[in-house]
Design a protein around this ligand. Structure first.
Ligand code: PEP
Ligand code: MG
Length: 568
């Protein structure tokens, strides 16, 4: 049995096809004929663009526009004269095309991979993908045609690049195993979009298996079996059937109101990163947007998005949601998210530093641009403003003051906006939790960010693997904090939602129902699962489990009790 990262749910059983990486070796010779070498390079670039555009088009049709964007990004990078221009300069100085491609790509990879932020590090993997494709074209290497693998194939690769994934035929590929990649890597995103079970980051897997070995990929638990014995195989065949049955049962939850088994209604919203994701939320039957992470608009850009650019993005989300709530979180940067063009200082403790609302209130000019864009878009739907990383009442007051000033300006200039636009707080710091009763008197709503609340409550960097054992929402301290926030909001008569990952956690759901959470905001693909689990619990059942769990002293006892009581 091998363990890795559970990247795409489900059970895949089949026969392995190892995607061998070719040695991209070449003789780094000095060239004499610059003109013909430049032509050889340009031909390879043209071929790359042609193949990438075809693959992007194919993926757009078969999977969706969001997934095609990854390859389109490669196309943009190679169409931009920056990289190609650098390469041509090196060829003009006598380097062969292969050396020029390698050196320039390595320079950019080095630059992006040092960045703290996930999105930027992803650029490094995009450029590495481009480098491999260009070198293969220059060296005349052809890969195996993934689109033609036999039905029931389990693909095993060091890393599955977007260009490889784009060739996958969902009917033939039963599972994916890789040696690298995390939950948010492109291969994970694409595997989830194709609904193919995937386990990533399984150490040395490419050297441990051979073509035609039988494999089980448990993408829900992050487990892989190679040549399993008969018992394990039959156990997993059963599990696969159960999973498939459960998935088809979930279809019966499409269009159904989200209710507990005894009829208490709650709202089931989605977390999104771009306005285009709002379409996905609608397709997945989300009832609103509980978290629009606006920083992606800033991160996917080379300049600060203008008021109009932001307005268009927020308006698109509002219009797509057709009057359903869209909660836009104002810029949450700093911490693990850097935006190079903002020139933010490197900090000793970025998670405790100049982050989110702190940065925004320190840079009021750009914050006002964002607030104006959000407020103008509020004329086109039900938009709400949410402030990240609040730690004290002054921050909420300062943002509300800016909102009021903008209202006055809009009124004076006849600019349309929703005069009742709500301003709420994310509760994701221990400080905000402890003063939740105070904040609740002046906030229109709360949304609990358990990802950060857990990090700050447990004093655990959420990205540090060495202390990951402490990073758990089931810790009694975190549970108490969540309970307290929900009670404080309810006592003040304001709605309390949750947009951290815990909102979709089947084990947490009964506790959240019992605490009185009224809005769950989850990844769009988890809407039906969450609705199904909520429907299985009555308030009284949830209450008695919660009473038992809240009296427990350790995380392990809590997890055991929740697992025993789980209804999946
Ligand atoms: C959270 O902290 O729970 C949250 C939803 O925000 P993010 O994960 O973007 O920090
Ligand atoms: Mg957060």
């Amino acid at each position: 049995m091998h363990k890795g990262i559970a990247a795409s749910r489900g059970i895949g059983i089949g026969s392995i096809c190892v995607i061998v990486e070719h040695e991209l070796t070449y003789d780094a010779k000095k060239i004499e004929d610059v003109e013909s070498e430049t032509k050889r390079f340009q031909d390879a670039v043209e071929e790359f663009k042609k193949e990438t555009a075809e693959m992007a088009e194919d993926i757009r049709k078969r999977i969706g526009p969001k997934e095609a964007e990854i390859l389109e990004g490669h196309l943009v990078m190679m169409s931009d004269p920056t990289m190609a221009g650098e390469m041509e300069k090196m060829i003009a100085a006598g380097q062969c095309a292969e050396s020029a491609v390698s050196a320039v790509c390595d320079m950019f990879i080095g630059m992006f991979s040092k960045m703290d932020d996930d999105m930027m590090r992803q650029r490094a993997s995009d450029i590495s993908d481009i480098k491999t494709s260009l070198l293969k074209l220059l060296l005349g290497i052809k890969d195996i045609d993934i689109s033609k693998v036999a039905p029931g194939t389990i693909l095993v690769a060091k890393d599955l690049t977007p260009s490889m994934t784009s060739q996958i035929n969902k009917d033939n590929v039963a599972g994916i195993i890789t040696e690298v990649g995390g939950k948010t890597s492109h291969s994970a995103i694409l595997a989830r979009a194709l609904e193919i079970p995937a386990v990533l980051s399984v150490p040395d897997i490419t050297t441990l298996v051979e073509d035609k070995n039988t494999a089980i990929v448990d993408g829900t638990e992050g487990i892989v079996y190679i040549n399993p014995d008969g018992d394990v195989l039959s156990q997993y065949i059963r599990k696969r059937e159960e999973f498939i049955k459960k998935q088809s049962e979930l279809k019966s939850f499409v269009g159904v109101p989200t209710k507990t088994s005894d009829g208490d209604s709650v709202e089931l919203f989605c977390n999104i990163g771009t306005p285009k994701d709002a379409k996905k939320a609608i397709e997945c039957d989300g009832e609103g947007i509980g978290l629009f992470r606006s920083e992606f608009l800033f991160m996917d850009n080379t300049h600060m998005p203008t008021e109009d650019e932001q307005f268009n993005a927020y308006k698109e989300a509002a219009v797509t949601m057709g009057g359903k709530p869209v909660i836009i979180r104002t810029l949450d940067i700093g911490g693990d998210k850097d935006i190079p063009y903002l020139g933010m200082k490197k900090e000793e403790n970025p998670f405790l530093g100049y982050r989110a609302v702190r940065y925004c209130l320190g840079n009021k000019d750009s914050y006002v641009i964002q607030l104006r864009a959000i407020m103008r878009a509020s004329a086109f739907g039900k938009i709400k403003i949410m402030i990240p990383l609040v730690t004290c009442l002054e921050e909420l007051r300062a943002v509300k003051e800016l909102v009021n000033e903008i209202k006055k300006d809009f009124d004076a200039n006849g600019i349309d906006y929703d005069k009742n636009i709500e301003v709420g707080c994310m509760i994701e710091t221990p400080s905000a939790s402890l003063i939740a009763d105070i904040l609740a008197k002046e906030a229109d709503f709360f949304s609990i960010g358990t990802n950060d609340l857990t990090q700050y409550t447990m004093s655990v960097d959420r990205g540090n693997a060495d202390v990951a054992y402490l990073y758990s929402t089931y810790q009694p301290s975190v549970l108490r904090s969540i309970k307290h926030i929900i009670e404080s909001g309810r006592n003040a008569g304001i709605p309390v939602g949750m947009c951290g990952e815990a909102a979709a956690d089947p084990l947490m759901i009964p506790l959240l129902i019992s605490f009185g959470l009224t809005e769950f905001s989850v990844n769009p693909v988890l809407v039906l699962t969450a609705r199904c689990i909520i429907s299985k619990w009555s308030k009284s059942e949830a209450d008695s489990l919660t009473e038992k769990v809240m009296a427990m002293a350790t995380e392990s006892e809590v997890v055991k009790a929740l697992k025993e009581a789980a209804k999946e």
